[in-house]
Design a protein around this ligand. Structure first.
Ligand code: UD1
Ligand code: UDP
Length: 389
């Protein structure tokens, strides 16, 4: 079987790696495509080195731009590649513009489309990622959900049960596989930090960093938290310039974006993490580190109910009170079901079981082309079952 796996931006690399490895171990031909949405060495190359991902077979060079321009550049570069390669399956991960762009191309190409991390919903339509998630899921043949809440979302939207697979969390596969190497890397001593003696912060959501007034409020909150526990803030390029002019005190140490191994080590030994990242909410749960999410909603509610995450919004008083509370009394570590390091294996098993050269849902049969919304699950259809590894 021939599969294209797509990666485009920082949170994609750690999701694509375990799927690629499991597919290749089972003898599949995998073609790795990098869209070039992220391109700085610190947002791209370092992850290929850290995660030991081989060089992509194709670079699309999409780069930065408005949503339309970036999506369009990925689509127009990806379409001829799919025509040339003629894959059986295109695998997209996550919720970035590259995910949706390649999903739209694949859905019209005759290849089957698999979405890894399907079913996450923030229900916040001001997030570009929510649009990307919903569109990608709607045109996908295989929906690989990381958690039971994601399965329930897909069922409620009428996706047929045959398309939904509770696979577990691929980010956790990568985290568990690399934790020992990360801890041996020496970033704490290079930064002069003691385990348990600092916190970590990250900010990159447009809703938090693009509006100077909102950013100023968050800067005030981070400054106040840093009086309780000094903070290290590896700055995403979207936030870096804006943070420079935002008046952070010296207790918040802004550093360049960290490589994967360094960032995992920083999280693992932190007393707390403050973030608006999706992936960091998941990683802190697995590491058992308290996480305060600087948003009003999350597409990853399982990290609240079965993890160490708390939604604290943007109000400095609320953020500082929550920080004080978790520093005094950290939550007990918990881990959601199937966040066990084997998600990539489960995904590969399902994909390869379908065989080469067949459309999963030919025209006229239920599936992604179904027109009857009551044909799907959530309407009394049989419950999903987790595939065996
Ligand atoms: C993107 C994703 C977001 C994800 C984040 C992960 C979308 C809509 N957003 O947001 O879901 O959480 O990646 O990090 O897909 N830039 C650089 N160097 C780079 C890449 C970007 O300097 O290598 C700068 C450019 O000024 C660019 C800006 O960052 O305009 C934003 O990049 P973009 O990929 O459009 O969105 P992110 O904010 O990175
Ligand atoms: N990450 C990293 N270096 C950093 C910040 C984050 O390696 O400086 C990793 C983090 O461990 C996680 C992923 O990047 O694996 C999350 O990506 P990001 O926060 O950019 O995107 P999101 O998950 O919000 O889409």
């Amino acid at each position: 079987m021939r599969l294209i796996c797509v990666a485009g931006a920082r949170p994609n690399y750690m999701k694509v790696k375990p799927v690629m490895d499991a597919l290749e171990e089972r003898g599949a031909e995998v073609i790795l495509v990098h869209t070039g949405q992220h391109y700085d060495p610190a947002m791209s190359d370092v992850f290929f080195t850290d995660l030991r991902i081989r060089r992509p077979d194709h670079f699309l060079g999409a780069g930065s731009g408005s949503h339309a321009a970036q999506t369009c550049r990925v689509m127009t570069a990806f379409e001829p590649l799919v025509e040339q390669v003629r894959p059986d399956v295109v695998v997209v991960v996550g919720d970035v513009n590259s995910t949706m762009a390649c999903a739209l191309v694949a859905a019209k190409s005759g290849a089957r489309l698999a979405h890894v991390e399907a079913g996450l919903r923030s229900r916040d339509w001001s997030m570009p990622e929510e649009v990307n998630r919903v569109v990608t899921d709607r045109v996908s043949d295989y929906l690989f959900a990381p958690s039971a809440d994601a399965v329930a979302n897909l069922q409620a939207e009428g996706c047929p049960d045959g398309q939904i697979h509770l696979a577990g969390n691929v980010m956790v596969d990568t985290l568990l596989a690399n934790l020992d190497r990360a801890l041996a890397g020496g970033i704490l001593s290079r930064l002069g930090l003691e385990p348990g003696g600092y916190g970590v912060a990250t900010l990159h959501r447009p809703a938090n960093v693009d509006d100077p007034a909102v950013l100023a409020t968050l800067v005030r909150a981070l400054d106040d938290v840093a009086r309780l526990c000094p903070l290290v803030l590896p700055a995403h390029p979207r936030a870096a310039t804006r943070l420079r002019g935002a008046g952070l005190s010296g207790q918040v140490r802004v550093i360049p974006p960290a490589g994967y191994l360094d960032f995992v080590a920083l999280q693992a030994s932190a007393r707390l993490v403050l973030t608006d990242s999706g992936g960091v909410q998941e990683e802190t749960t697995v590491l058992g580190v308290p996480c305060l999410t600087l948003r009003d909603n999350t597409e990853r509610p399982v990290t609240l109910t079965e993890g160490t995450n708390q939604l604290v919004g943007r109000d400095p008083g609320r953020i500082v009170a929550a920080a004080r509370q978790v520093l005094a009394s950290p939550p007990a570590p918990r881990r959601p079901a199937l966040w066990d390091g084997c998600a990539g294996e489960r995904i590969a098993a399902v994909l390869l079981a379908s065989g080469a050269g067949k459309r999963l849902f030919p025209a006229g049969q239920p599936g992604r082309h179904a027109t009857d919304p009551t044909a799907g699950a959530g309407q009394g259809a049989v419950p999903f079952s987790a595939p065996s590894a």
